[in-house]
Write a protein that binds this ligand. Structure first.
Ligand code: 6GU
Length: 243
């Protein structure tokens, strides 16, 4: 899979050299390319922003700079990529959307800064490729770079061959295998630590009992912190969802 990230702060994406994603890149399973938007800026000051029409605070990133960048990046491969644009104004990121993007051959992520990007940039791009806006949640970040890190990490761990044990992705919180619920708490050795014991059932080797215990803890935890996920499960599977 190929992912291009366009940003005015390429250094922000440096963590993608590390850990799981870094290993996937070096193994050739992930072709990740980070581009400095300023490369496409013109004029002596290499400006990428300007004041918004209609007034208001802050600056907007300009259409000519983004247009030139996206023209070049999106023409540099086979076919058209899917364009992802992080913005607090987008629909929220979910594991479902992550899983859909993980089977795409090519993603381009356009990181906005300041008050965002001239709206015509996305309108124009959508003439040639699928475009999706995405938000990390109901709070405001200074730019799209952290969201790009989140998307790249979440997507790449679902790309075949990236995760050491593919079964672990199936059991993740929010994944299909757990019915879209949160995972149960987990324990490893030592059995007793600071007078705290690992739950008896997990030490017993009764796989059916372990599975029931995990499902109950999973329901408990989800009801406590994310009741909306339980509602979604009932909406999908009906009132017998917990049997
Ligand atoms: Cl994707 N971008 C920005 N700038 N702020 C955000 C966000 C994205 N998601 C939540 N807040």
């Amino acid at each position: 899979m190929r992912i291009d990230v366009v940003t005015i702060f390429p250094g922000y994406l440096a963590p993608l050299d590390d850990a799981l994603v870094g290993r996937a890149r070096r193994a050739g399973r992930l072709d990740l390319r980070v581009h400095d938007l300023r490369r496409w800026a013109t004029g002596v000051h290499q400006a990428v922003d300007d004041a918004p029409y209609g007034g208001g605070p802050g600056m907007l990133m300009t259409a000519p700079v983004w247009g030139a960048a996206l023209d070049e990046v999106t023409a540099s491969g086979e076919g058209a990529p899917r364009l992802l644009v992080p913005t607090p104004a987008g629909p929220p990121l979910t594991q479902q959307r992550v899983a859909a993007w993980a089977v795409e051959p090519w993603l381009v992520i356009a990181c906005g800064r300041y008050e965002g990007i001239d709206a015509r940039v996305l309108e124009d791009a959508a003439r040639r490729m699928p475009v999706e806006e995405v938000s990390l949640g109901d709070y405001v970040l200074a730019g799209g770079e952290v969201a790009a890190l989140v998307v790249v990490e979440a997507v790449s761990r679902l790309v075949p061959g990236v995760l050491g044990n593919p079964a672990s992705a199936e059991l993740d919180s929010f994944a299909e295998g757990t019915g879209g619920l949160l995972e149960a708490p987990a324990y490893t050795r030592p059995e007793r630590w600071r007078e705290l014991d690992v739950p008896e059932v997990l030490r017993g080797g009764n796989h059916g009992a372990v599975a029931r215990w995990r499902r109950d803890r999973s329901l408990e935890r989800t009801a406590a912190v994310r009741p909306d996920l339980l509602d979604a499960l009932v909406a999908r599977h009906g009132p017998d969802a917990f049997d």
